[in-house]
Structure formats: C-alpha cells, structure tokens
Design a protein around this ligand. Sequence first.
Ligand code: NI
Length: 254
Amino acid sequence: MGVRKWMKRMVILDLLLAGLLFFVHVRETAAVYTAAAGRIQENTAYCTDGNAAATDRAEMRPDAPQEAETGKKIALTFDDGPHPRYTVKLLDGLKERGVSVTFFVTGANVEKYPEIVKRMQDEGHLIGNHTYHHIQLTAANGEQFRDEIVSTNEAIREVTGEDTAYIRPPYGSWNKKYEEELNMFPVLWSVDPRDWCSDDKACIVKNTVGRIKEGDIILMHDQYPSSVAAALEIIDRLQQEGYVFVTVEELLLD
Ligand code: NI
C-alpha cells in the first residue's frame, strides 16, 4: 500500500471515529439537559404549591421551635418601684407569660412594700438597687453616695436574704470611683421608650417594638398603668418575633 492510500484510510477512519464520538456526546448532552429540565420542572411544581413549599421550609429547619427558645435575648427593666398597684399588675402579667425581668427598686419602696419584693424574687425576677431616695449620685458627696447604695442593699437583703450586685443609677449618673469599693455593677440601658412622659400605651409600644435588636436592655417604669399595659403588649409582640426575655444578669453573663 502506497503512503498516500494509507493516509487516506487513516483520515476516513479518523472521520468515522470523530463522528461516533460526536454522536455519543450529543446523546449524553441531551440526556443531561433532559435530566436538568426534569429537576427544574420538579422544583417549579414544588414552589408553586404553597403547602409543598411550606413543608419544604419546615423540613429544612427542623430545629425552628428550639431556635425560638434559645433565640434573641433581650431584657426588660423596671425602675422606681415597687408600686402597690401597678407592680402587682405587672407581676401577674409576667407570670401569665412566663417572662423574667429585672426590677431596680428604691430602698424607700422596698421598706414600704416588702411583700412585693419577696414576690419578685419568688417568681424568678432579678432585683437591683436604684438608691434609697432616688438621688442623682454624681451630685452627692462620697458619704451620701455610699449610704444611698448600702442602705438599699441592706433593705433588699432583709427581704430576699440575698445580696444584689447590680445598680441602676438614677438618671444614669454614676461614678466609677466607688464601683470596686461597693462591689456594684452599674446597668444602664440601650432603649428608652420614655414611658414616663406618655400615658398612651400604643405610642409606647410603637416607640419600642420597631427599634429592638438582640441584646437590648429596655428601660421602663412600673409606676404607671400605661407602662405596665405597654410592657405586656411589647412582650407579646416581641415574643412573636422570636425574642426571649431574660434578666440583665443572664444577658450580661451571656
Ligand atoms: Ni428612676
């Protein structure tokens, strides 16, 4: 066989082989496209069916309910109490909802309403110091500063049998100089709904709910019926959004 004839055969064989490979490739590609189209169709059918899509989401998040329980923590705090009527009403509402909060009480009110302070403790709330006479601590001299805090701590201990380490200084005015000596931890706030200047429950709720984020400490006062009603509605609304109410201690230790 001459070289030219041999080369001609090789070219024909090559062409045949290439044709065969091309045919196989086309068939495989077609199969891939068909499979993909099937999947797309299947997914489309899933997504357009409301129930199927909901089931799909539930299957993807089997831990959804637990997530709410361990979810976004925030703390509600109530200053200036206890109040003989409104604090009791608040405690009833908190108990119904299984929610723990923090009360920053004045020494004078602890001595007037010890049974309410005892109830706070019995129902799992945290009790903190808010000075004895609700004074602005930075305007006081060292001796007054210490007295206001120590006498309130003593009043709380007499009722609860426990020491408190937390203080909410009135007006947020605090002097770090005494922090170590008195072994007190100041707790300020990140959200102030200004509940003391409005008796409009809806307005207080609106001012609060839209601004909340995880880790917030909300400042309220259990001195007004509108504050108590607003606080309970805030709890109901935020629980639906997956927030969990804890004491400031739990929030700060986290
Ligand atoms: Ni206050």
